[in-house]
Design a protein around this ligand. Structure first.
Ligand code: NAD
Ligand code: MG
Length: 388
């Protein structure tokens, strides 16, 4: 009873003082004041969802300080609004139209065509799509530093474009005969606002592979993504048609070069780095005319799995991408017979070859830090016909 009277007495005095208008700012309890301020900040965020996305780092910091200062419970209310903002933004942006994968890109029959090895993407008919017009980044690889072999054309070029638009600096290796394709890629990386490093040279040479990695590290200021993608594929009807020199060429490009390049790269790669090898559906379902090439892809899938185990304790992930039939210069410069080219990709359930652009997001996913539990994996993209 005494306590009730006491509370009632104090409330009465407070009420009287408050209503008289005297020193009302002083009499409002500090906690109440903080609560009101928090509600105001939270409401401001809610009213200006779009603004949260475009705030400068300085503004974000000062707002965070205000919120942080209000205490854990109150701050979480405002923080929830901040995290809710990007989702709200997507709600407002128009959805892209659905695309039917069977009609999205050219289907066979294709024109008969042949180029001297290694071939140029710019001379193919139809021209491959590497995502030049379509790939949109969202900062998934911001600050990353990537070396991509075979980065001038095909999957390597699609990956270079995607990585740059995701915020990575990119070095590409290619053959000097591919300078024209390579310069287009360099321009696209720069257009994305990223550093581009052009490193031409033949990876069949061990000394060059070591220098390639050193030059990439110096040019980029470090290295945390390596895409070992360059490859040699030549069709031969019979094993009897393959010379020792040709066999050695395929082995040097597809097996020795990744060994030399990965070996040189590992000492530069901090925990969180990623190595990605381009393997093939040929690793598990070899074609009769790709005797030497197919076994190098089995080796690639295999090194992905062994290295993943070996490098996991260092925090370096190793994964592979296994394409099916993809429309690239490799196929029109000796990789496929003219009969196969004319019907290229037609045997897949999707009924057409893949375009390099359709695989870029897989290379992004495997490199991105949020894929931190994926290592020793091979992700396929083969139009429904092949397995990784
Ligand atoms: P591509 O011709 O565009 O790329 C291959 C690149 O390898 C060339 O651009 C070239 O720069 C590089 N290269 C070859 N020999 C080299 C050497 N000695 N030194 C330096 N660079 C050399 O063709 P792509 O199809 O994009 O090939 C990329 C990878 O994809 C290859 O490993 C290939 O085996 C693999 N792959 C391709 C297909 C397909 O259907 N196109 C399917 C499965 C796997
Ligand atoms: Mg090329």
């Amino acid at each position: 009873m005494k306590a009730i009277l006491c509370v009632s007495y104090n409330t009465n005095i407070y009420y009287k003082k408050h209503t008289t208008g005297l020193v009302c700012g002083i009499l409002i309890e500090p906690l109440t004041f903080l609560l009101l301020l928090t509600v105001k900040v939270a409401l401001t965020y809610k009213m200006k969802n779009m603004e949260v996305i475009t705030l400068s780092e300085e503004e974000k910091m000062s707002r965070r300080k205000i919120i942080g200062g209000l205490g854990v419970g109150l701050a979480s209310l405002a923080t929830a609004q901040v995290f809710a903002a990007p989702g709200a933004q997507h709600k407002d942006s128009p959805a892209p139209p659905l695309e039917d994968p069977t009609t999205k890109y050219p289907k066979p029959p294709f024109k008969s065509q042949s180029q001297p090895w290694p071939g140029l993407a710019s001379k193919m008919d139809p021209k491959p799509d590497h995502g030049e017009q379509s790939y949109k980044g969202s900062g998934r690889l911001k600050g990353r530093k990537a070396l991509i072999t075979g980065g001038d054309s095909g999957m390597g070029r699609a990956t270079a474009i995607a990585y740059a638009r995701e915020g990575a600096d990119v070095a590409i290796n290619y053959l000097s005969a591919e300078e024209q394709d390579a310069q287009e890629v360099i321009a696209l990386i720069k257009a994305a606002g990223q550093k581009a490093v052009a490193l031409p040279g033949d990876i069949r040479d061990e000394a060059f592979c070591k220098k390639l990695v050193e030059d990439a590290v110096n040019g980029l200021g470090g290295l945390d993504i390596l895409v070992s993608n360059a490859g040699r594929q030549q069709t031969h009807k019979s094993i009897l048609d393959i010379t020792t020199e040709q066999f050695d060429w395929t082995m040097k490009t597809n097996i020795y070069a990744p060994f030399w390049i990965i070996k040189a790269a590992i000492p530069h790669m901090p925990p969180g780095s990623a190595i990605i090898g381009t393997t093939s559906e040929q690793a598990t379902n070899p074609s009769e005319d790709l005797y030497d090439y197919a076994q190098t892809k089995a080796a690639t899938t295999n090194y992905v799995r062994s290295l993943a185990k070996q490098l996991a304790p260092k925090g370096i992930r190793v994964n592979g991408v296994a394409p099916g039939p993809i429309w690239t210069p490799l196929q029109v410069s000796g990789g496929a017979t003219q009969e196969k080219l004319q019907q290229f990709g037609g045997q897949t359930p999707i009924g057409r070859p893949g375009q390099p652009a359709e695989l870029a997001s897989i290379y992004v996913q495997l490199a991105a830090s949020d894929a931190s539990y994926a290592t020793g994996q091979v992700y396929g993209s083969a139009g429904g016909a092949g397995q990784p």
